[in-house]
Ligand binder design. Structure first.
Ligand code: FCB
Length: 459
């Protein structure tokens, strides 16, 4: 199937995961620098100090993006690189880096998709209470206004927050991600509420200051469910499970998205979380619920569900699924059902802002034969295409990731890239999946036949 004429093919990274040199040329520390100092928090004691050295090698990387034929590059800004204390003094050299990156992308006809926050929260603001402090929403809005002032003459695609479900849930409740906190649930919900306010105020700041017509969303993720069969009862079971909150955590599909898009917290969550609800001031929900131009979502895997007369649904433990290097199951149908269910609820055009897999890739005779990744994307994109054929307005796709990088608590042990990075030498090698993806982009469809046969060098 051909994808729609204006469909956008991209790839994604984030600042802390690829840039390295976090505190170079006047940049400040983030909570991920702090995390790197805590023994045992990151596999192998790895840190983002060098990462892919993208801060110095961005031109070479943009050239590779261009070789692949990327139409969009989703990257994030390191807040403390441009505002070392999170607020106040501006680090001009930090801003210059992003300005040069945007120029390099535009020179190659690659549209910059800018994410304002992908988890590297300024350390200095963490010391002032971080997301627990209600002022965090204004800190974020001021930072956003600065970026809009400097880059919106050339950038029109904006994402406010990347996966609040994760940096709040894993960062503030489970403690596995920065800032590594294991707080009570009331504090978790308080931090979540301030993040939501930050999103709303950032959208306002973008609309107020943008020099180019902006296209705005956040990048949410969640716990996805798909029907195990085509039976209407199973589809209904998956739909309702998808939007239900059954546990006291924020890794679900509505706690953040409903306030952002519908202007209210989901009722079942409010009931389940009753004893821990945050203070909600008059006007907060109006601030949070700003008009969005699309719904951004990161999709990796989901669970299969069947209807059950007694409990409404049951999770089906499938035999024989393939698993990626993260231990995540390969469940391509999630790329059909998650966009479809989200669209039914939120009625917004949809962009998958991340999708990909970790694989134990290695270079052999100059080649990285990651056939498993090609097969993964071939199957996931086929399902995404099926959603489009069924009328879901899916308008873009950002593959995670452009290159192998610092995978948070997993350090460098997981490789998600379509470009292999040798961390000793910083040598980049296009994996076969990159060649395959360049075919997809050029043809605007998924090539048929054995993917491996299609992986040949870009002319
Ligand atoms: C997502 C993150 C991204 C990357 C992928 C594998 O949750 O947004 O930075 O780590 O997972």
């Amino acid at each position: 199937m051909k994808f729609p004429k204006d469909f956008v093919w991209g790839a994604a990274t984030s600042s802390y995961q690829v840039e390295g040199a976090p505190c170079a040329e006047g940049g400040g520390q983030s909570v991920w620098d702090m995390m790197g100092r805590h023994a045992g928090k990151i596999v192998g004691g790895d840190t983002g100090r060098v990462a892919c050295d993208h801060f110095h090698r961005y031109r070479e990387d943009v050239d590779l993006m261009s070789d692949i034929g990327l139409q969009a590059y989703r990257f994030s800004i390191s807040w403390p690189r441009v505002l070392p204390a999170g607020v106040g003094n501006i680090n001009q050299q930090g801003l210059d880096f992003y300005s040069k990156l945007v120029d390099a992308l535009l020179e190659k006809n690659i549209t910059p998709w800018l994410t304002l926050f992908h988890w590297d929260f300024p350390y200095q603001l963490y010391c002032r209470g971080g997301w627990l402090n209600r002022d965090s929403a204004d800190w974020f809005a001021d930072y956003t206004a600065l970026i809009v002032d400097r880059l919106s003459d050339r950038v029109s695609h904006w994402s406010t927050l990347n996966e609040p479900q994760v940096y709040i849930g894993q960062g503030h409740q489970q403690g596995t991600h920065a800032p590594g906190l294991e707080m009570g649930f009331a504090e978790v919900l308080r931090a979540a509420h301030h993040s939501l306010l930050a999103h709303g105020k950032a959208v306002q700041a973008i609309r107020a200051g943008a020099k180019k017509d902006p296209f705005i969303s956040a990048s949410n993720t969640g716990n996805f469910f798909m029907p195990d069969t085509d039976l209407e009862a199973d589809i209904e079971a998956a739909r309702s499970r998808n939007f239900a909150i059954l546990e006291k955590n924020v890794f679900n599909n509505t706690w953040f998205s409903d306030p952002m898009v519908l202007g209210q917290y989901p009722e079942d969550g409010v009931e389940l979380f009753a004893n821990d609800m945050p203070d909600i001031s008059a006007g907060d929900l109006e601030t949070i619920c700003q008009p969005l131009d699309y719904f951004g979502t990161n999709i990796y895997w989901g669970s299969y569900v069947r209807a059950n007369d007694e409990t409404g649904f049951e999770i089906v433990e499938k035999e024989g699924l393939a698993y990626t290097d993260m231990g995540w199951p390969v469940t391509p149908e999630v790329m059909y059902w998650a966009p479809k269910f989200y669209n039914e609820r939120y009625h917004l055009p949809l962009v998958v802002t991340e999708n990909g897999m970790a694989n134990s890739d290695y270079v052999h005779d100059g080649v990285v034969d990651d056939e498993a990744r090609i097969e993964f994307h071939r199957r996931y994109l086929a399902e995404y295409g099926r959603a489009i054929e069924d009328g879901v307005p899916c308008i873009g796709y950002a593959l995670w990731s452009l290159m192998d990088n610092f995978e948070w608590a997993e350090g460098y042990s997981k490789r998600f890239g379509i470009i292999h990075v040798d961390y000793e030498t910083q040598q980049r090698t296009l994996k076969n999946s990159a060649y395959w993806y360049s075919h997809v982009i050029a043809a605007n469809e998924i090539p048929s036949g054995r993917p491996r046969m299609l992986a040949k060098a870009i002319a």
